[in-house]
Design a protein around this ligand. Structure first.
Ligand code: DAH
Length: 351
């Protein structure tokens, strides 16, 4: 038996020495230590031996076992190193090679404006938060001071979803980002400053309306804020966005159920050679709405309107992008036209 064990050790050491890959090494391990492995079999025989033989043979088996395990582990480390070196040799990246921009694609103007606006609003200390695209009637309308049968609901050309209603009413594609205001207020204590950017949906389609569009929504809730701060803030944000010291912004008195007073925000532009040029001319493009939060909106967000006031705006991202980057037709943003992307898209290298 002792001689057999010595022979087993010798043949294992030889096989391990000759082995050239990890898979085969694993095969050797299983052939020795597996359920029916050569050494396992020997261990099984121990119980049939006399106690004195068992002591001697048992010690020998352990000795052979440790020797093989050590051999296997050294070999496996060696083979791993060799495989790693082989892989590294094949994975050479020459960082001095010129960049092939053809494979990069383009940054869509909407994404570009998204990051520009985020950077500006972060600068004032606004926190970013998101809400769901699929909203309920409760959040989209009720909490925005538009109870059932409120005439303003019909102005929103809503896409209702063919899904069962729940305690928050029917499901719909959100018609504006304003419901995120409520969601944020319910989770955070005032004073607060927050903004969201995201998709909104309305059944509307022409050169200045698309069924899907993006809005940026901003809300400030503090003890002493009002229309004056709101007008200053919007103008300051737009000046930063357009990189202009002077910018004509028009606040037109308007009506939104969720704000009182309310205003629509227009920007001055003209069309030169088929391109939109802002800051001159006699045309005005409405880019969104703003106002002082209605007490019912603050209440729906769990905030006491006797103690706090809110100022808010919602601006259309495509319209801002059109003004800044001269895109005349809003529909073209979503047509995935390659030529258009080349003209109006941005290189990822300059992001
Ligand atoms: N939610 C409005 C819309 O989509 C825009 C808006 C107007 C947002 C006034 C506001 C606001 O936060 O105060 O038409």
């Amino acid at each position: 038996m002792l001689a057999e064990l010595d022979k087993l050790l010798g043949s294992c050491v030889f096989e391990i020495d000759c082995c050239k890959d990890l898979k085969k090494l694993e095969g050797i391990r299983v052939a020795v230590f597996g359920k029916n492995g050569k050494l396992t079999q020997k261990m099984k025989c121990l119980k049939n031996l006399s106690p004195s033989d068992r002591k001697v043979i048992g010690a020998k088996i352990n000795e052979v076992k440790s020797a093989i395990i050590e051999k296997l582990s050294i070999k496996s480390n060696n083979l791993e190193m060799i495989e790693l070196e082989k892989r590294l040799d094949n994975e050479v990246i020459d960082v001095s090679m010129p960049v092939d921009t053809k494979f990069f694609g383009y940054i869509h103007p909407i994404s570009k404006v998204f990051s520009e606006i985020s950077a500006i609003l972060n600068g004032y200390g606004f926190r970013f938060a998101e809400g769901p695209d699929i909203e309920s009637e409760h959040f989209n309308f009720d909490t925005m001071n538009m109870p059932e049968y409120h005439p303003a609901r019909t102005m929103h050309d809503t896409f209702y979803l063919n899904m069962p209603a729940d305690e928050n009413g029917r499901k719909l594609l959100r018609t504006h980002t304003s419901p995120v205001e409520t969601r944020y207020m319910l989770k955070h204590e005032p004073p607060l400053r927050f903004f969201t950017i995201g998709r909104t949906f309305r059944s509307d389609y022409d050169a200045t309306h698309t069924p899907m569009f993006d809005q940026v929504e901003m809300l400030v809730v503090e003890k002493d804020v009002g229309m004056a701060q709101l007008k200053w803030l919007i103008k300051d944000i737009l000046k930063k966005f357009f990189n202009l010291e002077k910018l004509l912004v028009r606040f037109r008195p308007s009506f939104f159920p969720f704000t009182e007073p309310s205003a629509e925000v227009d920007i001055n532009y003209s069309i030169v050679n088929g391109k939109m040029v802002f800051g001159t001319g006699d045309k005005w493009l409405e880019i969104g709405g703003c106002g002082v939060s209605h007490p019912n909106v603050l209440k729906a967000g769990g905030i006491d309107p006797m103690q706090y006031q809110g100022i808010a705006f919602g601006l259309g991202i495509e319209r801002l992008a059109s003004l800044k980057y001269g895109v005349p037709d809003l529909r073209s943003y979503f047509e995935s036209n390659e030529k258009w992307r080349e003209t109006f898209g941005f290189s990822p290298m300059e992001f």
